[in-house]
Design a binder for this molecule. Structure first.
Ligand SMILES: [Zn+2]
Length: 281
């Protein structure tokens, strides 16, 4: 099947394939990427660009994959700072002193599903395999954020929590901010039972009836992309500033790791977002 990059661009740098949002690439002081399965050293279900530690692949392979990805895309391996995701809505402000955490230094915290920074040379990294990556950029204050929104994080409005954290920490104004909603499980494939449907039905300010499709057999399909888009708009972002990738990980599991497509036997994708050092010049 031909991969359709839709609202993102697919790049190939020496075999490492990655995706970017054209709206973010406009800004020279920002570097960002979303990984694919292509270009790493891992084998079998982790083949090949597995960026998830602790899933059964060797740490050596995962570290080598991070090095290859950074070299191919232009991130400094030493600048990476990772989240510690477990479907909460905690947002952590990080700086240079945090570089390495979760990658080449141990995690020092739990329950961090979002990262923000305004320091150039600090690369935020969050992890995916169907959950929704939310990229945030304030081009006025020069600040960035990444949030991991699974269905629980979506319902708990982590997207909004990340916008609020950037407003609080950096003085960002939501109307100035850009957002990218990255590759993740689409409304085509995100099938749930009634309890999950009920959680989305409680988002009454988002017209949830438009976000939930009743299959009529006790199953429902939910649109996580549109739910997060509406949450970002409620947080004050302009509709024209939000890009939805519209790339389903499960439909494209040959190129992207999908938890649901593999029954959990899979590697991990990662989102990367940084202000470049040149921004200070
Ligand atoms: Zn799909």
């Amino acid at each position: 099947m031909q991969f359709d990059a839709k609202n993102m661009e697919l790049h190939n740098s020496g075999g490492v394939q990655y995706l970017t949002f054209p709206s973010f690439s406009t800004y020279s002081f920002v570097r960002h990427a979303f990984s694919t399965r292509a270009g790493g050293v891992s084998q079998n279900e982790f083949s090949s660009m597995n960026l998830g530690f602790g899933r059964g692949d060797s740490d050596e392979n995962v570290l080598e994959n991070y090095r290859r990805f950074c070299n191919a895309v232009g991130f400094n391996f030493n600048s990476l700072v990772s989240s510690a995701q477990d479907h909460h809505t905690n947002i952590r402000r990080v700086g240079k002193e945090h570089c390495g955490i979760g990658i080449w230094k141990p995690k020092d915290m739990q329950s961090v599903d979002g990262l923000i920074t305004n320091e150039p040379g600090v690369t935020l990294v969050t992890h995916y395999a169907d959950c929704v990556p939310i990229f945030l950029l304030d081009p006025v204050k020069h600040a960035v954020g990444l949030a991991h929104a699974g269905w629980r994080g979506t319902v708990a409005r982590i997207a909004s929590a990340a916008v609020e954290a950037m407003t609080r920490e950096f003085g960002s104004r939501p109307q100035d901010m850009l957002a990218g909603i990255g590759p993740s499980i689409g409304p085509c494939c995100f099938e749930v039972d009634a309890p999950v449907r009920d959680a989305f039905a409680q988002l009454t300010d988002l017209n949830p009836q438009e976000l939930i499709h009743d299959d009529g057999n006790g199953k429902f399909h939910i649109d996580l992309w549109e739910t997060n888009r509406r949450i970002l708009m409620r947080a004050g972002l302009k509709a024209s500033s939000i890009t939805v990738a519209e790339i389903c990980t499960k439909c494209n599991s040959n190129l992207l790791f999908s938890h649901r497509a593999t029954g959990g036997k899979r590697g991990g994708l990662a989102a990367f977002l940084a202000l470049t050092e040149e921004a200070e010049a």
